[in-house]
Design a protein around this ligand. Structure first.
Ligand code: DGY
Length: 322
């Protein structure tokens, strides 16, 4: 007899997570880590009481409308939920959760890596060594910029933004930020609030993007806003590619209007990102690995399971977003 709720897990998850899941639920796993298309997802969902997806599976309104009625929840293995139409889920009565907090440290680490990699020309340097192009050392060789003591602008001072600010303080950076509302004094510390994106961009040396992708933030960093940054400025993105207007950023990087960029997330990822980025030496590029540590991936899975356990015990899940 099996009366455990059935959870469709769309990707291969860490072993410890799959084990814990199997203790509490009947898990429909994906051992080959196949990327499900919409039709296959809907076919498998016919046997499920809940879905545990990643941001790689998309749930626009049309897909949500076709979910079988037995699906009660979408418990995401991600903090970002731009792959799910939350309004459509609410309308259909499907609970949606995410995994906040547990990936803040890992993502802040990648934000710092991107800042340093972009500022110190890490892509170029690595390529030169690997391709046996390193022929000389001179005072003018591979000279980059220092981030120590510079002004860091954080766009979206939520959990990840705040942890990134803490790490950056270790580099003696002064912290500026823009949010819809200023943080209270305890969370803001010495950070300087700017009530507009424009005000922030003209006051900083390095921009780190941490706001979620939404209709309000799509293409936020566009040509006009990039023009407010100074020529030595660096742009870093660990949030979602949608916040950046790629054509505008590529032009700014090519023309020297800004100095460099460090990107972990992209429009069209993984295989249809703006080709301009690949050609530019002043871009330090990573493949969406902000949360990719053993510790964090386990914690994300456990958090998703906690949310499912709450839902199927009739309690409010801790991380409900719809
Ligand atoms: C997140 O959790 O949103 C990461 O980007 C991985 O999906």
């Amino acid at each position: 007899m099996n009366d455990k709720p059935v959870v469709l897990v769309t990707r291969k998850l860490p072993e410890a997570v799959e084990q814990r899941l199997a203790e509490k639920f009947t898990a429909l796993l994906n051992p080959d880590d196949k990327l499900y298309g919409t039709e296959e997802l809907l076919r498998l969902a016919a046997q499920a009481d809940a879905i545990l997806p990643c941001h790689t599976e998309k749930f626009p309104a049309a897909t949500i409308a076709r979910l079988p009625d037995r699906v009660k929840a979408i418990a995401n293995f991600s903090v970002g939920v731009d792959h799910v139409d939350l309004e459509a889920a609410t309308e259909k009565g499907v609970i949606v959760t995410n995994t906040p907090d547990v990936l803040s440290d890992a993502t802040a680490e990648i934000a710092m890596l991107l800042m340093l990699g972009a500022a110190r020309r890490a892509s170029e340097g690595e390529r030169i060594v690997r391709n046996q192009l390193w022929k000389d050392w001179s005072p003018a060789f591979m000279v980059g910029r220092q981030i120590t003591g510079k002004r860091l602008g954080i766009l979206g001072m939520g959990r990840v933004g705040q942890v990134t600010a803490g790490r950056a303080r270790g580099f003696d950076m002064t912290i500026h930020y823009h949010n819809r509302r200023p943080l209270d004094a305890e969370h803001a510390g010495d950070a300087v609030y700017h009530d507009s994106v424009e005000g922030l961009l003209s006051a900083i040396d390095v921009l780190s993007i941490h706001c979620p992708a939404s209709d309000a933030t799509r293409g936020l960093l566009n040509r006009d806003r990039l023009a407010l940054m100074h020529r030595d400025a660096i742009v870093v993105n660990t949030s979602r590619g949608g916040v950046i207007d790629d054509d505008a950023l590529v032009v700014a990087l090519k023309s020297g209007a800004i100095a460099a960029a460090g990107l972990d997330v992209y429009n069209g990822e993984p295989d249809a990102i703006h080709p301009g980025y690949r050609e530019l030496d002043n871009c330090f590029l990573l493949p969406h690995i902000g949360s990719a540590t053993v510790e964090t991936r386990d914690a994300m899975g456990f958090r998703a399971i906690d949310n499912l356990v709450a839902i199927f015990s009739g309690r409010e899940p801790g991380d409900r977003v719809a």
